[in-house]
Design a protein around this ligand. Structure first.
Ligand SMILES: [Cu+2]
Length: 409
């Protein structure tokens, strides 16, 4: 092992030393030598040297030698406690998802039979490092207490599986994880790419969008082993992380403003697919339900704290925006091995994709983090509030003159 860090910064003296050792002399061209001579100094790192090189000792680490650890899942918008820099060799991280079919009132008088990974919509966020292995036990059913209506015997009705966009091979695991009600399966895959990645149920054909738009999606955080880096290559540490899972729903509605009710996930399917064909959501929510992150759960932060803002949409576009703040650093498509962009106002989430941004709060107040398609934010409910305490700096903003009768000029 060269050390705990899985990727080598491709700038600075350490890098040059290591890469010189790796390059065979025969392949050293004069151009390479010249570029090494020019970039051997930390102080003047050109932007083009942001890229990192994998550490072969980490990449080739044997799974049989890896420490096995268990990670308990927590419901979004929160993440399991985790380190931000890898201090051990690659591990096997064991997680468990229990799939629950349940009927939830996602908005007043609007009921949806959801498929919920680990009894939450969106599903929980596992947190691993690049080059770790993820060992998932996927259970089609649960014996946990569920605070929502279920089928009379408490069992699921349909087969489910999981497609991890972060994984490689066999439909992202979908081909190897299909389980009938009452079954469980174990899938192990290596986290080869760093970033925030969607996962979702994908049982085939029209089942795929049906299961996704009833809540069968979430995201996994795969951190670079050396931690997050800003556009200059410097470490970024965060004090808190929040996950905003944006969900579009296609609910068969009655004329009275309430939804149709069904006996279970199967009976709901055909009428819901008819609504889905229109490509027009009837409801859009953060964290699965209207009001989830504006009234039900209170998100808090303090001035001076850096917050990692994670966002996913498994089926549609979104345009995250933090009212009153910015994306200090935004990683395009939520993928950490690309240099982040600085000081953005709004940024992109593509369908089946994510965004990751950090912001350090400078003023107290209530910040809305939302989809800046403002119709989706305010006429639907694609928004969350973050309550920030810790003081106000009048040099940054102040009301210089309070409202008063207009003057004549
Ligand atoms: Cu499913």
């Amino acid at each position: 092992m060269n050390g705990p860090i899985g990727r080598t910064f491709s700038f600075g003296d350490a890098h040059v030393t290591q890469n010189l050792a790796r390059l065979s002399l025969a392949r050293l061209s004069l151009g390479v030598l010249a570029s090494i001579a020019l970039t051997g100094c930390d102080a003047d790192m050109p932007a083009t040297r942001w890229r990192t090189a994998p550490d072969s000792d980490v990449v080739e680490f044997a799974r049989g030698d890896a420490e096995v650890v268990q990670q308990a899942m927590v419901p979004p918008p929160f993440l399991p406690e985790h380190e931000q820099v890898a201090t051990t060799p690659p591990r096997v991280v064991q997680i468990r998802f229990e799939i629950v079919e349940r009927e939830v009132e996602i908005a007043p008088r609007v009921f949806v039979w959801q498929m919920a990974f680990n009894n939450s919509v969106p599903g929980p966020v596992p947190v691993v490092f690049q080059w770790d292995w993820v060992e998932l036990t996927l259970v089609n059913g649960t014996d946990m207490e569920v605070d929502f209506r279920r089928t009379e015997d408490g069992t699921n009705q349909m087969a489910h599986n999981i497609d991890f966009h972060a994984s490689t091979g066999a439909l992202g695991g979908g081909a190897l994880t299909t389980v009938a009600p009452g079954q469980e399966v174990v899938l192990t895959w290596r986290a080869q790419k760093a970033g925030f990645f969607v996962y979702h149920c994908a049982p085939g054909g029209e089942m795929v969008p049906y299961h996704v738009v009833t809540g069968g999606n979430g995201a996994i955080l795969v951190l670079p082993r050396e931690g997050l880096r800003d556009g200059y290559g410097d470490r970024v540490e965060y004090d808190r992380a929040f996950y905003f899972g944006e969900q579009d729903y296609y609910v068969p509605m009655n004329a009275d403003g309430g939804s149709r009710r069904f006996s279970g996930f199967i009976e709901q399917m055909a009428p819901m697919i008819e609504v889905m064909r229109g490509l027009k959501p009837t409801h859009i929510a953060f964290n699965g339900q209207y009001g989830a992150l504006t009234t039900d759960i209170r998100l808090e932060a303090e001035v001076g704290e850096t917050v990692l803002l994670l966002h996913s949409q498994a089926n549609n576009y979104s345009a995250p925006h933090l009212i009153g703040g910015h994306g200090d650093w935004v990683w395009p498509y939520g993928k950490f091995n690309n240099p982040p962009l600085e000081g953005l106002e709004s940024w992109n989430v593509v369908p089946g994709g994510t965004a990751a941004a950090v912001y350090t709060f400078e003023q107290e107040g209530v910040y809305a983090y939302l989809n800046h398609n403002l119709i989706k934010a305010f006429l639907y409910d694609a928004k969350a509030f973050i309550h920030v305490t810790g003081g106000w700096d009048g040099d940054i903003m102040e009301q210089s003159v309070a409202p008063r009768p207009m003057s004549t000029r």
